[in-house]
Design a protein around this ligand. Structure first.
Ligand SMILES: C[S@@+](CC[C@H](N)C(=O)[O-])C[C@H]1O[C@@H](n2cnc3c(N)ncnc32)[C@H](O)[C@@H]1O
Ligand SMILES: [Zn+2]
Ligand SMILES: [Zn+2]
Length: 311
């Protein structure tokens, strides 16, 4: 597992734009740096150095996350179902939707809703890079579902994921990356069910090792189904792409935001023959430049309160 180590700096330079009807727009430059403060939720410093008022990392309100009873899955919840937007210019913008302000990157677009339905709206579009972070069905979510029926939408069976109409959206030479749990049944489903149904050939499995600020793994390595300090990224392709390394270890300090994955665009675009890859992110919770983001909550981590203005 320790062959190529990339210190993935986990910086998303969210330079934002928007072109939407009926919304206020304002231009600014923002960045989402590596370290995140658990006290105020802002990026760029740690709790010990915090001078801001507490902001809850679970629900986004002005109190400490340590005392909040909101489940992390329910933090920053917005009802954006059916809202689509996008931007074709190169200027960063702020956008107000239902009285909340979000940051929309240049050349990005988003579709809020079920991936199966929203993918159909993209008919005719072709993407060189597809990234998916599915809501895998698992025991933890199943328990939550028992406690709260509303959460039932937030997971999908392997067969459901395989039936997303991704195949028609792939360019002739395309790279596909799927975040996967360490569950053997899920990893097998990607290779034997999901990729074949999407018309994708399996290429490699990479690992994302989550470390503390002292670069120690966030927990012990363990056996069986216990929590691990790493997650898997399973890669597939269609047609010709550059030589993708079989083993790659991505190392980064995870964001305080629940289940937030590091951005892959810079790492993966080197294997694509197109200099400006058209990227599609499925189950997205943030927007990126030159990317189409689809999911129930693609604006979640675009909320203005999470960013610092740098210009
Ligand atoms: C594992 S999270 C994605 C995390 C994201 N990659 C990040 O870094 O923050 C899965 C997301 O998919 C959404 N989701 C679940 N079922 C969906 C569906 N059928 N269609 C669209 N989005 C769905 C969930 O609400 C959740 O936001
Ligand atoms: Zn702080
Ligand atoms: Zn809270």
């Amino acid at each position: 597992m320790q062959q190529n180590i990339i210190l993935n700096i986990f910086v998303v330079l969210n330079i934002l734009i928007l072109k939407m009807t009926k919304c206020c727009v304002k231009q600014n430059t923002y960045q989402l740096p590596t370290i995140q403060c658990f006290t105020c939720c802002r990026f760029g410093h740690v709790s010990d150095k915090c001078r801001s008022k507490p902001r809850c990392y679970k629900c986004g309100q002005l109190h400490s996350g340590n005392t909040c009873s909101v489940a992390p899955e329910n933090a920053f919840l917005f009802d954006h179902k059916g809202i689509n937007g996008g931007n074709t210019t190169n200027v960063p913008l702020e956008c107000k939707i239902k009285n909340e302000t979000f940051l929309i990157p240049p050349q990005s677009s988003f579709f809020c809703g079920c991936v199966k339905e929203q993918c159909k709206k993209l008919e005719g579009s072709k993407f060189d890079l597809v990234i998916a972070d599915p809501p895998w069905w698992n025991k933890y979510i199943r328990r939550l579902k028992g406690a709260n029926q509303k959460l039932s939408y937030s997971m999908m069976y392997n067969e459901d994921i395989a039936s997303i109409p991704v195949k028609d959206l792939l360019s002739p030479n395309c790279l596909i990356a799927v975040w996967c749990t360490n569950s053997p049944s899920n990893t097998a489903a990607v290779k034997d069910l999901i990729f074949p149904s999407w018309g994708v050939e399996y290429v490699a499995t990479w690992y994302w090792l989550k470390v503390t600020v002292d670069l120690e793994p966030i927990c012990e390595f363990s056996f069986g189904s216990q929590k691990q300090p790493y997650e898997r990224l399973i890669l597939g392709k269609v047609g010709d792409v550059g030589k993708v390394p079989e083993d790659m270890l991505l190392v980064s300090i995870p964001s305080a935001l629940h289940s937030h994955k590091p951005p892959l665009l810079d790492i993966l675009s080197q294997y694509i023959n197109n200099q400006n890859p058209r990227t599609l992110e499925l189950f997205a919770r943030y927007l990126l430049p030159n990317t189409t983001s689809i999911g129930y909550e693609p604006l979640k981590w675009q909320h203005i309160s999470l960013y610092e203005c740098v210009s």
